[in-house]
Design a protein around this ligand. Structure first.
Ligand code: GAF
Length: 395
């Protein structure tokens, strides 16, 4: 029996589990999306940063067509799965590793067995993409160990297939692209229609600012029905408007008039209008924020767009929950320049753009607001734009 040991390196833990040192070690980060929420499955724009938290995968090839996967965070021996017997599942954390190998093989890529030791510090259930960090670390390891030669964007598509078809979560391409393609000191401005992207300077410390994460400790899950329902509503709105994706819509007022004329049930029409309006205005906000950051303006100027994004997610997209709204409202009242939920919503984390000097007061104000609602106290930590996924070594 192996036991978690906080001081043991992934290499040592791997050797203890599998009897030899790993062939290599890879690391992939979680992400915070600065703005551009629920736009990725509408072929729209996103602007994530990689965060310093991530998942490290120590891995070796095996010749027996078995995935053996252990975790530094969980007690117990490695789970063992025959690759040719894998069936879609989302019952355990190791299904995220299995899903990547399953998706690689479904895509015709020749991967055989892997021994894996995973070690992560992305808060789970906080909406910071812990599962995508795991999947990206495993995808990079398999790509190197089996000399697959896949590009970062191809690996992002592989992990998206694992999420959609193995784990049953109908997510877009934001999170894995952030983990694989972000660079330190930058946000990644990506057009999800074709995955074209550019790096946008994002150095808040140079302006005595920081991005404060408020983990509301109300866990979210993408396989729950609400995320899928939002996606389906966007597809219905696009179909009614005669476009492939809502990204094509630029004037929400004209589109709303058309939806009222086309959709016979008035309540259905108003619901589709709210969803459409979020997507169209959010795409515009991403472009506005990128323009401000690229112009060299004080990053404080992006604050109002962050807050407008939250209000749109709260009232038009309806994916916030009381803890998220409470955190945003309290942070703004205490002096944050902007605040919004980040990630899929229905729980998870808020980000607040704060002056470094104001951070302590904002933390106290949010904590007291949570006490007032008898919510469990959130976790607070600042994040900087860290590097994307990488190989740490390969023997
Ligand atoms: C989750 C999904 F995984 C992403 O694809 C994206 O849709 C996000 O929610 C919302 O922007 O993180």
């Amino acid at each position: 029996m192996t036991a978690p040991n906080a001081h043991e390196t992934p290499v040592k833990r791997f050797a203890r589990e599998f009897g030899a040192e790993p062939d290599g070690v890879w690391r992939a980060p979680g992400r915070v999306n600065v703005i551009g929420e629920h736009t990725d499955y509408n072929a729209g724009f996103v602007l994530p940063i990689a965060i310093p938290h991530g998942v490290t995968a120590a891995a070796s090839r095996r010749s027996d067509d078995v995935l053996a996967v252990a975790s530094a965070q969980f007690d117990g021996p490695a789970a063992q799965m025959r690759l040719d017997a894998l069936e879609p599942s989302n019952a355990s954390w190791h299904d995220h590793a299995a899903g990547v190998l399953w998706a690689l093989r479904k895509g015709g890529h020749p991967v055989a067995g892997l021994s894996l030791l995973l070690d992560g510090d992305v808060p789970v259930g906080a909406g910071l993409s812990s599962s995508h960090a795991l999947e990206c670390a495993v995808a990079l390891a398999a790509n190197d160990l089996y000399s697959l030669g896949l590009s970062r964007d191809e690996l992002a598509r592989v992990t998206q297939r694992a999420e959609n078809d193995y784990l049953g979560a109908p997510t877009g391409i934001l999170d894995q692209s952030a983990s694989l393609n972000c660079t330190a000191g930058h946000a990644l401005f990506m057009d999800t229609a074709d995955l074209s992207s550019r790096q946008v300077p994002f150095d808040l410390a140079a302006h005595s600012l920081e991005l404060l994460v408020i983990d509301t400790r109300s866990p979210h899950r993408h396989s729950d029905g609400e995320y899928a329902a939002r996606r389906a509503q966007c597809e219905s709105a696009a179909a009614a408007l005669g476009v492939d994706f809502l990204r094509t819509v630029t004037d929400p007022v004209v589109a709303a008039a058309r939806l009222r004329a086309i959709v016979s049930d008035a309540d259905d029409a108003e619901l589709l209008i709210r969803r459409m309006r979020h997507v169209v205005t959010e795409n515009a906000r991403v472009q506005d924020v990128v323009a401000l950051l690229e112009s060299g303006a004080d990053p404080r100027t992006i604050g109002p767009a962050l807050t407008a994004s939250h209000r749109s997610l709260q009232y038009d997209y309806e994916v916030t929950v009381p803890r998220l709204d409470t955190a945003v409202d309290a942070a703004l009242s205490a002096g944050a320049h902007g605040a919004r939920m980040t990630g899929g919503g229905f729980g998870g984390s808020v980000i607040a753009l704060v002056d470094q000097a104001a951070r302590a007061g904002i933390v106290t104000a949010v904590a007291e607001a949570f006490d007032g609602h008898e919510f469990a106290r959130p976790e607070f930590f600042a994040v900087t734009a860290g590097p994307g996924a990488s190989r740490l070594f390969l023997r």
